[in-house]
Design a binder for this molecule. Sequence first.
Ligand code: PBG
Length: 328
Amino acid sequence: MNNQRLPIRPRRNRKSEAIRNLCRETRLSHESLILPFFIHDEETNETIDSMPGCMRWSLPGLLDEIKEAMAVGIQSIVLFPAIKDELKTPDAKECFNENGLVQRAVKTIKDNFPELSVITDVALDPYNSDGHDGLVSEDGIILNDATLDVLCKQATSHAEAGADVIAPSDMMDGRVGAIRNSLDSASFESVSIMSYSAKFASAYYGPFRGALNSAPKSGDKKTYQMDPANVKEAIREVMLDIDEGADMVMVKPAGPYLDVISTLKDCVEIPIAAYQVSGEYLMIESACSAGWLDRRSVIMESLIGIHRAGASAILTYYAKEAASWLTQ
Ligand code: PBG
């Protein structure tokens, strides 16, 4: 075989580690990773049956774990509270209790680690006895405009506690504008909004609802979360959130929606985050614990894929581990 007949050989750019490093198009960094934490109002940490490998942290346990995560390069976290059943009500009013679990956690974290960026989830599902992200009417309708008032109070209480970024995950119409307005009226104009703009009605959230005991008591979330078949609608949601004042937008889940991330990257000027959700985590964990896949390689490939698609920030249960691999 005459080599002259093949002047173009893409393999030359892969011939050594050093050359591959020069030719790499995107680079995943620990700086892109956001670590989610489940917290509860108990004295001890607890394992989570529906999410092996993840914990429900007590407040002291949370502080220790944050310290470890920061030591390997984590700079941002997001909090999800498991609320006691007796505090769940149809009006979800515990969500804006200034001494509530999230509010206390944010204060303690910011007292101890002022440089850490703390993101809080805004939605009613952990607090609502109906398990929905919005208020539910007697005939089972998820009420949009009545929910906005509660979300605004929740967001403002998080800002008062010291949250850096408010992340509304409820998918009610108009919530970004309403929250922006409430934050600004309370002089929290520098608190950011990372909107879960394109949040799909996904079966991949199942394990997370087990972690918080927050599954809807009846019905599903399809009247507010998006149809998995849609991408134009994702653009519409994102454009509305930008108009309403979102600083960053999110696509969720991440892995099955890389085309959505990639489409948005081409038409949106603000940063895009993506959430590798509980079901994506468990697919990797279960395959690896069965010995079917190589865990570290698959975790990194899944995160690189999300980053390459166009997400500048990635929420992942692997954030601490991946950061330690990226910084070691
Ligand atoms: C609730 C919320 C959910 C997740 C983040 N915020 C679940 C849901 O919408 O039912 C899912 C995250 C995951 O699955 O890891 N507002």
